[in-house]
Structures are given as C-alpha cells and as structure tokens.
Design a protein around this ligand. Structure first.
Ligand code: TPP
Length: 530
C-alpha cells in the first residue's frame, strides 16, 4: 500500500464518503486512491467554494468535511474556507500537496510556507509521510471534531504519496486537554435565583450550543416562558415564530433596536453565546451570565467564565417549578421589529425586501435550509427569515466572508438531499462563484438561488454614505443573472413581483429542480431596515 492509499483508507474507515476539491497534478494519485476507497470526489470550480461546501457538508453530517487542493495556488485559495471554518466553528480537514522535502533548494516554483500560513488557524498541521499517514489522518480528523469544531491541515507531496507505507498501525489522537467544568447543580441554582429576582430576563443563544441540545433547550425556555434571542449561526435552534422570540442579535438588520432590547433587560444569560459573531462591543460592556459548554471559536473565553455541560444544566433547571412569571417584557421591541418589515419599494421595478422575505417564507416548507452570502441581504435574512428547525440556516458570520452562500448550499444539499435548499445572495457575491451552479447541476444537488440585484456592493455603499464620504466606486454594471444561470444549465427568471417569485419557487421545490431568480431591489431600501 502506498502512502496516498493509506490516507484514503484512514479517511474511509473514519466514515468519510465525500471529498470536495479542485485538482492539480500533485494530488492526482491521492484522488485516485480516494476513488478506490469509495470516497466520491466532488469536483468544483474554485478551491474556496470547495472548502466551504465541504465544511457545511461536514457539520451537517457530523464529521469533518474534507477538501483537497494542489500545492501553491490551490492551497492559497483555501485560505478563505479555512479562515471561515476556524471562526465559524465548522469541522474541516484540508489536504493539499506540497513540494517534497528533498527538492533542490533553488526549486521555488509554487513553493509557499503553507504550514506556517495555516498553523495559527488549525489544530493539527502536519506533513503526511510514509511512516505517519494513518496516525496523522486520524489525529487530524478527531481534532476537527473537538468542540467548538475546527480545522486541521495536512500536506502530502506527490512523491511521498507514491512511497510504500511503512507502518499500518496508528491510533487516533487524544485531543486537547479538557477544561475544568462547573457543577451543573450549583450553576442551575445560581441561574434560578438570578431569574427569580429579574423583571426582564433575556436568554441570548449563540454558536456554542450544539444542535443536539435543541430539544431540551426548547423545553426549558418553554417551561419557564423565558424571552429569548439568537445569533445568526444558531437560527432555528429555537422556533422564531414563538411569542417569546425577541429577535436576532449581533449585527443583523434592526441591530439598534436589538441592542436597545439588550440594554432594557435586567438579566442577560449568554447560553453558548460566542462573541465571534458580534461586530460591536456590547458583549464586553453589558453584564452577561455566561453559560458555556465549550471554549469559544478562536479560543477566546470571557473573563471568569466556566464551562458547564449544557444537557446536565438544562435538566437541573427543569427540576421543580419555574422561579417566576414574566409576561412579555419585550413586547414593544417585538412589535417594532415586526413593523420594520412593512413598507414599499423605494424605486420602480424593485421588490421591497419585506415582500421578498414573506413571498419566500410562504413558498418553501419550514424545514428548507437557507444559506446567505455576506452583504445587506445577509442582514435582511439573518434578522427576518423565520427559522424554525435546527441547522436550517447557514451564513458566514464569524469570518463574514462573501461567496459563502452558494457553496454552502451545495454542501447542504449533498448532506440533506431530502429537504429544499435556498441560497439568498447579493449580485456582488453571486459574481464571485456563480460558476458553481454548473457543479450543482452536474453532481445532482439542485437548489434555489435568489440573487438580490442592486448593481452595487450595497452594504459598503451604505457604509460609505453613513461616513459621509463621496459616493465612489461602489456600483457596477449588471451581469445578467438569468443568462449566467442558463449558461450553467439552470432555469432562471427575473421578477420583482412577489407572487410570481413564490410561484416559481414553489414549482422548483415541487420538482426538486434548480432555479435562479434575479430579484431587483433598491439598495437604499435596506437603510429603512437597519
Ligand atoms: C471576501 C470578502 N470581500 C469583501 C468583503 C467586504 N464586504 C462585505 S459586504 C460587501 C458587499 C457585498 O455585495 P453584494 O454581494 O452585492 O451584497 P449586497 O450588500 O449588495 O446585499 C463587501 C464587499 C467581505 N465581507 N468578504
């Protein structure tokens, strides 16, 4: 067995069924060994997109997503998804080629300091050799799955890939040391007495809550009738159509209103709340009772915070009667939030963003997985999309990198072919990776893409206006969304009519077919929502 085959075998034995990527000559042997080991290689159009799709696929399937790229430029293109998985806590194993150690010192073609570049964001960074292949793959995979999920990075030179494996033993890594945990009973008693004294408690649920805690978390919130808010990365962990749902915190639309609600609370419980998602500093200024089960992404722990097992804590909290009743202390904020969506478009032939949300939410089943890109449309969907089920909403929010939504949709559809997937992206982000529509068609991962067309990097344009700078270089000419989609083999339409949009989306869902809908919006309308 050669080293590449040992890598493939270790991956297959760990249950990996797909590896995403874009090849170069240096990884061909590895890709061939993956094929022989029964691991499907999902060929994509850009390494960054492949890495994002892999990480989302991995998180949904509860295993590391695997992405393969060549050395040099291929590896350099992986910087974005590695950064994203690092800050957004998604499990990703990246494997790229590298020049062999015994290349002549003057052979610098495509030579980059890859280990040094990736090390700060990765848990395991190692060179795969003919003696360590199985062990190192196991160690890298298991490190990705330590919560919060994270990234490992391995290199395998084309030369080493062909060398015979010298050991075939190997054992999975021990993982990082566990942090000391608080006693759930005393933490529960403390929270109970704080709640008993509070008039306006608000539970802030964040990225640090595992999706498999959704049911007990919902039971506790329901039993105590506590008001709650969420960050975008856990949208759907609680039902956002519940009367106790106050809104989405951490920099989405209506953020000023949400921060006012936070300030109006007299008890903030940060249940898995991770500041990596928060673009302001209120998390450091307001007193928050941190209830964390794992370290935060990027290993940042709030001062004095202890870890506690969420499941055990929730069970303790649900022992006995709720400490108090609160009614609806945030009703006025909830009403103002709902009112924001009422309005009409500020330009002819544009759709009002509120109508867009309503039309889509009416057209798709509640278990539809929604992904977004980064921009004004992310703020819109992050705040107002009514998520109801865990892991049905995906955005880059720790890194906040554009060009996430479409790739994430591919990973999500491969992981959950049984549910519809809808990507909401800006026309700027769409032009970064629209070519992956062809990938989706080719591999049989149909999803719906809604492109919010405003011919601008609108979020940055609004920011330029807010700073009272000269309007400068934020607009671009349209690239015809419909023609791009059709060129990739996907049916498409453009409409600013909500009913027409809903009808087309319903049909695509019914027939499990891809659809791209270009929806003209007026950039200044976002201002009314922010
Ligand atoms: C890779 C990357 N480059 C740049 C940015 C900065 N940025 C954030 S939002 C945005 C505009 C996005 O424009 P578009 O995709 O059209 O969405 P819109 O804001 O118009 O909804 C930019 C350039 C980023 N977050 N990520």
């Amino acid at each position: 067995m050669n080293t590449a085959a040992a890598v493939a075998q270790a991956l297959a034995e760990a249950g990996i069924q797909k590896a995403f990527g874009l090849p170069g000559g240096e990884v061909l042997v590895l890709i061939d060994e993956l094929r022989k080991a029964g691991i499907d290689f999902v060929l994509m159009r850009h390494e960054a997109n492949a890495g994002i799709a892999a990480a989302v696929y991995g998180k949904i399937t509860r295993q590391p997503g695997v992405v393969i790229a060549t050395l040099g430029p291929g590896a350099a293109n992986l910087l974005l998804p590695v950064a994203n998985a690092y800050l957004d806590a998604e499990p990703l194993l990246a494997i790229t080629a590298q020049l062999p150690d015994d290349s002549p010192g003057t052979h610098t073609h495509q030579l980059l300091p890859l280990h040094e570049t990736f090390r700060p964001m990765c848990r395991v960074v190692e060179k795969i050799t003919q003696t360590n292949a199985r062990e190192v793959v196991g160690k890298a995979l298991s490190a990705c799955m330590d919560r919060p999920y994270g990234v490992s990075y391995l290199t395998l030179s084309a030369k080493e890939a062909l060398k015979p494996l010298l050991t075939n033993g190997g054992r999975f890594g021990d993982g990082p040391p566990t942090a000391p945990m608080a006693n759930p009973a005393s933490r529960a008693a403390d929270l109970r007495s704080r709640c008993a004294m509070a008039q306006r408690p608000l539970v802030l649920i964040g990225l640090g809550v595992d999706a498999n805690r959704a049911a007990p978390l919902r039971r506790w919130l329901d039993q105590w009738q506590l008001p709650f808010a969420v960050t975008p990365k856990v949208k759907g962990i609680v039902d956002e159509t519940s009367p106790n749902f106050v809104g989405v915190i951490s920099g989405m639309a209506a953020d000023g209103l949400m921060v006012d609600a936070l300030k109006a609370a007299d008890l903030l419980i940060g249940f898995g709340l991770d500041p990596v998602e928060i673009d302001k500093t209120w998390h450091a200024e307001l007193p928050i009772q941190w209830v964390l089960e794992t370290r935060n992404a990027a290993n940042a722990m709030p001062e004095g915070a202890q870890l506690v097992n969420h499941l055990a804590l929730l069970e303790e909290l649900m022992e006995g009667r709720p400490p108090k009743t609160w009614g609806r202390p945030f009703a006025s904020f909830q009403q103002q939030r709902a009112d924001l969506l009422k309005g009409s478009a500020g330009a002819p032939h544009a759709m009002w963003p509120g109508d867009l949300i309503r039309a889509l939410a009416d057209a798709v089943p509640s278990d539809t997985i929604v992904t977004t890109d980064v921009g004004s449309h992310k703020y819109l969907f992050g705040q107002f999309w009514p998520s109801r089920h865990p892991e049905t909403f995906w955005m880059s929010n720790g890194l906040s990198g554009m060009a996430y939504g479409l790739s994430a949709a591919i990973g999500a559809k491969l992981a959950r072919p049984d549910v519809p997937v809808l990507a909401a992206v800006g026309d700027g982000g769409f032009s970064m990776n629209a070519q992956e529509l062809e990938t989706a068609e080719r591999i049989g991962a149909p999803f719906i893409t809604v492109v919010l067309e405003d011919q601008a990097y609108s979020l940055i344009k609004l920011s330029q206006e807010n700073k009272q700078l000269e309007p400068y270089r934020m607009d671009f000419n349209p690239i015809d969304t419909v023609k791009v989609a059709e060129a990739c083999g996907v049916q498409a339409l453009r409409t600013s009519n909500p009913d027409e949009l809903a009808a087309a989306v319903r049909q695509a869902v019914r027939e499990n077919e891809s659809l791209v809908a270009g929806v003209p919006v007026h950039y200044a309308d976002y201002r009314k929502l922010f």
